[in-house]
Design a protein around this ligand. Structure first.
Ligand code: HSE
Length: 429
């Protein structure tokens, strides 16, 4: 056996404690797989007295995570405290400057500072690893960075926020409003301390930006991710989508277009019988479309102690095995600046609105859409409400700005009683 490799964990919350427990309980199995002993030598967290389900006796306790990051008796610094800036960022920099590899689950930090931290790590011949930062227990990073390294990625997609998927599926399955299900999700402990990270699409957007960098060889560009949350999705739209054979998902899509890199995280209609359409509760799914591999679909738990700790462990084990890969798919100095597209690829759209219930209104709407070159694929009129005629339209592919201009033109005809709800329909199998 080689010399042991020594680990220090900063942050003993759910995930950090989970990693420590696995390192202790599966020590024999893991050590034999690495042909090397992995030792948990030191930890740092907020409260020493808290019960965590594993013995702390033989592990050094550091009050200060910066001191942990520079300890001589650790080779790998595992950052599990979270937060997009300091102290996590400073601790990682200190660890790298003291010759430690770094493992983190911190997507917010990576989305903002990942490029700079990767530069520092690679300049020192060290690794910065983050399997747990994207989609919990799913090997989303390893699959893209290693298994699919021989492919040009045409498109990547995913449901990467379990809380949103829980809310959307529960609304449909229990026939409940967004507000009611949001409260249930909060009571179940699914929602981040700052809920907008989840329901505003920010957390999932961070994950999409990380994957885009690896897939397309570009510097992480979170600021260019088009973000739209799920807060305004109504049970009405969920049911209308269902009637049309779709489900609504908070879907991330990233692809290279003729105009540049398109990255969007937004509620989309997807076919109900597609793999993503069938994804229930807090599960996550990523799909990579490689030019040689074809579509590769991975699904699993996107959060929670076991799944997330499993991903942290996979990074630690890689380091113990000396399995070195570039942080973001190629050496960081070779990554190019992302050129964000000014316009997303054309798509079909779901439009729901209420029209005045009088002769010729549907014709006016259809004419305005036609005048903008938008062709209607399907149209449904549901039960009239007093003087209002609720209408749902599915368009053929068009550009979002063209649709927006067309709907402005419809509004000018005076037939619209309610601002249209517009949701993109994503072209997936
Ligand atoms: N809050 C996230 C989710 C997990 O609901 O998927 C951590 O990113």
């Amino acid at each position: 056996m080689q010399d042991s490799i020594r680990v220090g964990i900063a942050g003993l919350g759910t995930v950090g404690s989970g990693v420590a427990k696995i390192l202790l309980s599966n020590a024999h199995l893991i050590n034999s797989r690495c042909n090397r002993k992995i030792e948990l030598t030191a930890v740092s967290s907020r409260s020493k007295s808290k019960q965590r389900g594993f013995p702390l006796k033989k592990i050094h306790w550091e009050e200060n995570l910066i001191n942990l990051a520079r300890r001589d008796d650790i080779d790998i610094f595992v950052e599990l405290i979270g937060g997009e800036g300091n102290p996590a960022k400073e601790a990682i920099e200190v660890a790298l400057n003291h010759g430690k590899h770094v493992v983190t689950a911190n997507k917010a930090l990576l989305a903002k500072h990942g490029h700079q931290l990767a530069k520092l790590a690679e300049s020192k011949g060290l690794s910065l690893k983050f399997e747990a930062a994207v989609a919990g227990g799913i090997p989303a990073i390893k699959t893209l960075n290693e298994s699919l390294a021989g492919n040009k990625i045409n498109r990547l997609m995913g449901v990467m926020n379990g809380t949103c998927n829980y809310i959307l599926t529960r609304m449909e399955n229990a026939n409940l409003s967004y507000e009611k299900v949001f409260k249930q999700a909060k009571d179940l402990g699914y929602v981040e301390a700052d809920p907008t990270l989840d329901v505003g699409g920010i957390d999932a957007g961070h994950k999409l930006a990380i994957l885009s960098s690896i897939a397309f060889g570009t510097e992480i560009d979170f600021d260019s991710v088009y973000l739209q949350g799920i807060e305004s999705i109504t049970i009405q739209d969920i049911y209308q989508a269902k009637e049309l054979g779709y489900r609504i998902k908070l879907l991330g899509v990233s692809q290279k277009t003729d105009n540049g890199l398109e990255q969007r995280m937004q509620p989309c209609l997807v076919p109900a019988n597609s793999a993503i359409g069938q994804l229930e509760n807090a599960m996550n799914m990523v799909i990579y479309e490689g030019d040689n591999s074809g579509p590769i679909t991975l699904s699993g738990a996107g959060a929670g102690e076991g799944p997330t700790a499993s991903s942290v462990l996979s990074d630690i084990i890689d380091l113990a095995r000396d399995n070195k890969v570039p942080t973001f798919g190629k050496p960081v100095t070779e990554l190019v600046k992302a050129i964000p597209t000014s316009r997303p690829a054309p798509g079909a759209y779901y439009v729901r609105t209420k029209l005045k219930d009088s002769p010729g209104v549907l014709a006016k709407m259809a004419t305005a859409l036609g005048d903008h070159g938008i062709s209607i694929d399907r149209m449904r009129q549901t039960q009239h409400e007093d003087v209002a005629a609720p209408v749902v339209i599915v368009t053929h592919k068009t550009l979002p700005e063209t649709l927006s201009n067309a709907l402005t033109a419809v509004a000018k005809t005076g037939v619209i009683l309610e601002d249209p709800v517009v949701i993109r329909i994503e072209d997936i199998q």
